[in-house]
Design a binder for this molecule. Sequence first.
Ligand SMILES: [Zn+2]
Length: 599
Amino acid sequence: MCLFAWITHACAQTYPSNPSVTSTEVTNILVGNYTPSTYTASDIITDPAIIASGLLNDISRDTLTADLYALNSFANRNMFSDTTSTTTGIGAARRWIYNRFQLYSQANENRLRVAYLKFTYPPSAYTGCSAPGSNPTHYNVLAVLPGSQTTNKSVIVVEAHMDSRNVSNCDATGSAPGIGDNATGTALVMELARVMSKYTFRNTIVFSINTGEEQGLIGATALANYLKSKNVLIKTVNNNDVSGGVFCGHTSSAPSCPFYGNIDSLDLRIFSLGDVNSPNKQWARYVKLEYKEMLSSQVTVPTNINIMEPDDRTGRGGDHQAFTGIGYTAVRFTQANEDGNAASSSSGYKDRQHDLTDSLGRWNSKLGAYDSIYLNPDYLARNTLVNGNSLAMVALGPDTITMTGTLWTYNTIRVAFSSSYSPAPPAYRVAIRSATNDWDAVYTTTGQSPAVFSIPYGSNTTFYVSAAAMDASGIESQFSTEYVLSTSMQPLYVAPDTTRPEATSPDQYGIQLMPNRPNPFDESTMIAITSGTDAFADRAFLQFTTLDGRVLSRMPVHLQRGLNQIVFNHGYGASGIIICSLIIDGLPVQSTKMVFRGQ
Ligand SMILES: [Zn+2]
């Protein structure tokens, strides 16, 4: 906010600034202000199994390879590089990407809508070097596949940065092919736009090719801030950066590959911010679950998805952080092995990142093509599949639910659910984990709430529980908040969204009126009530009646979380059966029979 500019004529401006989408139609789609039928496919395909198989069959290592060659041809894609040439520089690159998106749209009934996200970032604002280039206006390329509904306006973003860099981040003319970093991620996102555009998803999917990552996540920041300013809800963001290389270099940044020259085309890393109860980690687990359940039985070469603990490699970052920094869920997908760049500024640097050797590889004259020592297009295709499958499932799937009560008893958990939509989901999934970032088990309910599951842990084990809604086609929503439980703790009540929960199903809140002891009794007896919550403390009493309904007495109960013990003194009187009822909000919710022996 620059309140006093009119007085001082000097006011610090933050960049990137003035983000705008160059198409009104795309702007309206992003904010959910559109008519879904405008974008209806003539063949509506929403079956998750068909879509997963379709992605597996259609993602093409040849298309990906062709895109890498094309991106290589622009010579330098520094954000401050040439914008007017038709063959080299960032301008030619973004126009080529824009045109590819248009072609993919035409091949799919024009359902994919293409625009630029335009923003201002003057070279003078970049402190990494003095005035590289002169152009203050920059563009990300957006392609938007409108969702089939606008009830839930959340969008899903898949992004990669197209810009490249040389040893000097200010070098806007020297060769900077930026193939591993990040033509691979760019090709991946473009390929997903191509193969996903024939399907119909509930949520809008945004394919974004960003600029200015190397100067500090500038294009991604413009996009994230733009979406935030428009109050756009985002289910999740998949950032793809350094996605198709297999070679371990000398200076790969930790945590990374095992030793120089190691080749790994089987593992994929997902970096994300946070630990317990991190929505980013929850999303990474969802990606892995969907791959396992939708694809692992079909693929010929399976991918091992590694959920990494840190937000990114040590000392390094990426475009996902522009989103997590303002509260959105986002993760980074990166190849397992990396060929640099822990110390790229050192004189002995031998790796292939952030310099002119980040190229298509070594020319093999026998093959008539580049070899795949450094880059492996089949690996890139497999990583594209992992990505696209997760996006497809979350874009098809239902809205997230919340758990309203999680109670642990001995070796079982009881979980209750609350969903914002009606009718309630046909089923739920409950995920638990303990020692690692991976879920140990993901249970499926039949829609009953509360649901009860055995847990595979011994005593004194801390574990984490979360839940998702499942729709009729078996697709999960994103998983809820994670709750911490322990096999040694009292039942835990998880507060619902309402501050005054209804007591119509007290079971759901762990409320249990236990049999009194002793029973039968002579003069007095102990009544125990467990509760998972303090919410009913001032709303409960015990009522004692005879079998014919005569009220003997009432006793307020300050019902607290945990075990509540109440002594009932009958005193002297005739023997008989007494009904003890727990009354909450004036309604009897549970009762027991007590036998008074009399005196
Ligand atoms: Zn990068």
